[in-house]
Design a binder for this molecule. Structure first.
Ligand code: ATP
Length: 639
């Protein structure tokens, strides 16, 4: 029954049953979601619509529609698929399309606060000489991709031409222009987060299979399992095209048989929960065998070896870093030669590591700050001065076999038996198995002396020690020496505004407004103002990076106190940068907003101090509002 006919393009859409869908159908659903506040109802709207696509169209079309819903154009690991166009360019396109001066558009924008609406309103009243062909999903998707990929000196003009073409085709009576502009800006702001899209997808498949195969109502328990399956599949293979294709062909409940780790597709890394003390660690792992490893302070590197011998390195954020680390590719090629006497070389592999700056003369680890001075683009191996040592802590896949459902003890054994350490280039993470408090304290102190951040404590045996892609798991705890006095960890927060510098800081920003991402609502909720911990160079560098991202209005998805001037910055930014910050503690605040739905008031950081820019994290991967609330709850003395 599953007709897997491939998607047809827009040229024959009029006749084919698998035709591309009118874009207006998609924006109508966006509109309904925008006006809905109940999460359950939003999920149902998403699921119903996806079910409709499954019933009437192809998996290819469903994939494109899912991407439009999450405002992306392909998997995270594929480069150059980002939208997020600046307001100046969009104002120019809207102005040229409707023949209204940019100043007028800008003024409307200041009034309305939403360029999408401004575009839609500019549209009305325009005389239409002829009725343009309606926009369909294929055309919009293809054009958005062209816009994202367009670079070089004519790219601005090309982008504007494509935007104008699409705006002209928007139906006068629909809201297409509004959502098209918002998509181009990089955020739909309809209160829909990716989490909900995944759940909606699972529900749609359950209903689709229920109606097409057995014709019975599907039980909730089934739906919950399907959600778990889709989430798990996505954390191993973060690619909607592959997931939808397999769910369609084999059924949602068989998805995990078909979506497994694949060298060349970076999986979402497993993450750790913070802890504040060794005794907290001992409480957690009471009676279980656990292991401690150095927590190296560098950059996470997922090393893949594909079956054709190609080596690829991916960041924590699934970005391909192979060009940035040509030296690591050479190192990997060396250690991938198996031990002497072994039958054959490694044929395929996924290895989880931390890449750390290494002093080749004194044979020791260098601090993260040194690593961060490495060039990010156009790196030529022979010009490299900051060398890297790769510290491997987990092996997830070897010779066509996924190891993630083996115990950590077994994974380690396979790792050490198959790969050969090379001093100063490729080493295994220093580890110690002990549950003695004094020994652990010594090991923690030693890790810091050896230029590490502290320890990672991990469950060693049984299914609790399986590798859990994308999960922040309590089977991995991080114990950071420097942060034990505060909340136990640093926070990674998004910079959404700044205060103009005075005195010594004239000419740059003097302080910043930070926010946490709310992964349920897609909003950014303010957490604090920060002005401490910056060196003069930091401020110069940050100003240079953030100045071009200034926007004339706060985004409608910024949640901040409009009445208190302290909580309202002088300039706002398009979210693009994450600061890692320390705090003395967290408290409820009348003017900040993180977690405000839960507590009435928001949670804010007291005495925040800047540590560094986190450019290995995506803007939605920082400490989210839910985690801020967790930190707050975990503080010993809440009153
Ligand atoms: P952090 O701010 O602590 O780096 P994070 O959100 O990037 O936070 P966490 O899960 O909190 O990630 O901490 C784990 C990170 O520590 C990993 O992403 C990895 O880059 C690094 N790391 C260093 N040594 C190890 C190790 N032995 N095992 C696992 N991760 C390690």
């Amino acid at each position: 029954t599953n007709d897997a006919t491939s998607a047809t393009n827009s040229t024959n859409s009029a006749t084919s049953t698998t035709s591309s869908m009118p874009y207006a159908r998609v924006t109508a659903v966006f509109e309904s979601i925008e006006h809905e506040s109940s999460r359950l109802k939003i999920t149902a709207l998403v699921a119903d619509f996806f079910l409709h696509i499954l019933n009437t169209s192809t998996p290819e079309n469903l994939t494109k529609i899912v991407y439009l819903f999450i405002n992306r154009l392909g998997p995270d690991y594929e480069p150059d698929l980002e939208l997020g166009l600046g307001e100046t360019l969009l104002i120019k396109a809207i102005s040229e399309c409707y023949g209204r001066p940019p100043a007028k558009i800008k003024k409307d924008y200041q009034k309305v606060g939403d360029l999408g609406l401004v575009a839609q309103n500019s549209r009305s009243g325009q005389p239409t000489m002829f009725k343009p062909v309606a926009l369909d999903v294929d055309t919009v998707f293809d054009n958005l991709t062209k816009i994202a990929k367009s670079t070089g000196k004519d790219s601005q003009a090309k982008k504007i031409a494509l935007i104008k073409k699409m705006l002209t085709a928007c139906d006068l009576k629909s809201n297409e222009a509004k959502f098209l502009i918002r998509s181009l800006e990089g955020k739909l702001r309809i209160g829909l987060a990716e989490k909900t899209v995944l759940i909606g997808l699972a529900q749609a498949f359950v209903a689709y299979e229920g109606s097409s195969k057995v014709g019975k109502t599907i039980k909730t328990a089934n739906t919950a399992t399907a959600e778990e399956v889709v989430r798990e599949a996505f954390s191993q293979v973060p690619n909607y095209e592959i997931i939808i294709k397999h769910a369609y062909a084999h059924g949602i409940f068989n998805l995990l048989d078909h979506c497994q780790l694949t060298p060349g597709i970076p999986l979402k890394p497993m993450l750790a929960k913070p802890t504040k003390s060794i005794s907290e660690v001992l409480d957690r792992f009471q009676g279980e065998e656990f292991t401690c490893e150095y927590k190296y302070d560098g950059e996470r590197a997922q090393v893949h070896m594909l079956s054709d011998g190609l080596v690829r390195i991916y960041s924590r954020n699934s970005e391909d870093m192979s060009q940035r680390y040509p030296d690591l590719i050479s190192i990997a090629k060396d250690f991938l030669k198996k031990q002497e006497g072994a039958d054959n070389n490694v044929s395929s592999m996924i290895l989880d590591c931390e890449a750390v700056a290494w002093d080749r003369v004194n044979k020791k680890i260098l601090p993260f700050q040194v690593l961060s001075t490495r060039k990010r683009k156009g790196v030529d191996e022979k010009d490299i001065t900051v060398h890297i040592c790769l510290f491997a802590f987990d092996l997830l896949y070897l010779d066509n076999v996924s190891l993630i459902t083996k115990s950590l003890k077994e994974r380690r054994q396979v790792m050490t038996e198959n790969l050969i350490p090379i001093e100063g280039k490729f080493q295994f993470a220093t580890a110690k198995n002990s549950s003695n408090l004094d020994e652990l304290q010594q090991f923690l102190d030693q890790s810091v002396k050896d230029a590490c951040e502290g320890l990672m404590v991990k469950m060693l045996n049984g299914n609790e020690s399986y590798y859990e892609p994308s999960k922040r798991s309590r089977n991995w705890l991080k114990l950071k020496k420097d942060y034990l006095a505060g909340v136990g960890d640093s926070l990674d927060l998004v910079v959404i505004g700044a205060y103009i510098g005075k005195g010594k800081r004239t000419g740059s920003y003097g302080g910043f407004l930070l926010a946490s991402y709310n992964s349920d609502t897609g909003e950014y909720e303010t957490t604090c103002k920060i002005g401490t911990g910056f060196s003069d160079e930091d401020l110069v560098q940050i100003h240079a990076k953030l100045h071009p991202t200034e926007i004339s209005q706060p985004k409608p998805y910024f949640v901040y106190d409009t009445t208190n001037s302290n909580a309202k910055p002088d300039v706002w930014f398009e979210p693009s940068m994450i600061f890692e910050v320390l705090t003395a503690d967290l408290s409820l605040s009348p003017i900040y907003k993180a977690g405000h739905q839960q507590y009435g008031k928001g949670i804010s950081l007291r005495f925040p101090r800047f540590l560094r820019i986190r450019d290995d994290k995506g803007i939605e991967d920082g400490t989210n509002s839910e985690q801020v609330a967790e930190f707050y709850e975990r503080q010993a003395n809440i009153n």
